[in-house]
Write a protein that binds this ligand. Structure first.
Ligand SMILES: NC(=O)c1ccc[n+]([C@@H]2O[C@H](COP(=O)([O-])OP(=O)(O)OC[C@H]3O[C@@H](n4cnc5c(N)ncnc54)[C@H](OP(=O)(O)O)[C@@H]3O)[C@@H](O)[C@H]2O)c1
Length: 286
């Protein structure tokens, strides 16, 4: 099996490459993978994507490339559209040409967050931000332009190789005794090493369609930060604020928790609770 990973230098891409390296050395010498970081393959360049894919003839393309700065997407709309919507279209078309399957990563931000239960895959999408809108357009392009695809919607990613909420909390805790954190944004934190294991299972089982994957359970931003500080033994006074009091360019969903039952039914795997994932993150974070 030959796997091409776009955006392989990002937070998720780096962990996916690490997982494939360990699988190849310990279980599967026939596993081949091609790392394509941004500087090697810009997914917004249609001809380059087509040429790269036809040269390497992968069986599977995992698209980890994206414009992920949610607030910047509001002001850099064209760039966000090119990466999040057009890039997936070019990847899908190139994959169709060479018969490859596409595994595309999407987001809980395709939903408006007004629901009062975790979102299932079939729920109505209604993104509130440019990031969400461009990612949804990317999903549609994957669905429309390739023959075989899996779209994995994940949420609130945190890992060791990128900017994320958990890393920001650790950084802020070093310099502050008091912080204000939002209580009414609810979601499912997802540890990128856990997500890569989930992707590996989905790839091996040939799953298709749209599937939600996050760590088990949900919390508010406040509860997430509080658990990080508690586990680290930090004494931080946390002021509880509402999302509306935290000024940012993008509007974000208030409840974007994902229901991952479909993932569990298909793979037999239940993702571990988010608190356990946070503990692993804190233990392994340098
Ligand atoms: N982060 C989250 O909380 C979150 C939540 C739900 C879903 N997701 C989704 O999960 C996936 C992985 O996210 P992540 O957190 O790993 O993001 P990330 O750390 O920002 O990684 C994205 C990667 O894409 C690359 N990239 C940007 N523009 C590109 C282009 N034109 N061509 C090729 N590569 C390009 C970036 O390279 P440069 O840095 O060099 O530009 C970076 O290496 C994305 O699809 C994202 O939408 C993320």
């Amino acid at each position: 099996m030959k796997i091409l990973i776009t955006g392989s230098n990002g937070m998720l891409g780096t962990d996916l490459v690490d997982l494939l390296k360990s699988r190849k050395s310990s279980f599967d010498p026939n596993l081949e993978f091609i790392e394509a970081p941004h500087e090697v393959l810009d997914i917004t360049l249609k001809d380059k994507v087509s040429e790269f894919v036809s040269t390497h003839t992968p069986d599977i393309i995992v698209n980890c490339a994206a414009f992920t700065n949610v607030d910047k997407c509001e002001t850099e709309r064209e760039a966000a559209f090119n990466v999040n919507a057009l890039g997936p279209k070019y990847i899908a078309a190139a994959a169709k040409e060479c018969g490859a399957r596409v595994i595309h990563i999407s987001t809980d931000f395709v939903f408006d967050g007004n629901g009062n239960r975790p979102y299932i895959e079939e729920d109505q999408t209604n993104p509130l931000s440019e990031y969400g809108r461009t990612k949804l357009e990317g999903e549609r392009n994957i669905q429309n332009y390739c023959n075989s695809f899996l779209i994995v919607r994940a949420s609130w990613l945190f890992g060791h190789n990128g900017i994320n909420f958990a890393a920001k909390m650790l950084e802020l805790a070093e310099r502050n005794k008091e912080l204000s954190i939002v209580t009414n944004e609810i979601g499912s934190p997802t540890y990128t090493p856990d997500l890569t294991e989930a992707l590996w299972s989905l790839i091996n089982q040939g799953c298709e369609g749209i599937i939600n994957v996050s760590n088990d359970g949900s919390c508010s931003r406040y509860e997430w930060a509080e658990y990080i500080f508690e586990t680290m033994g930090y004494t931080i006074k946390i002021n509880q604020i509402k999302s509306s009091e935290y000024k940012r360019a993008a509007k974000v969903p208030l409840n974007s928790t994902l229901n991952c039952q479909k993932f569990t039914t298909l793979t037999g795997i239940r993702m571990r609770p988010w608190k356990e994932a946070v503990e692993s993150y804190l233990k392994n974070q340098k």
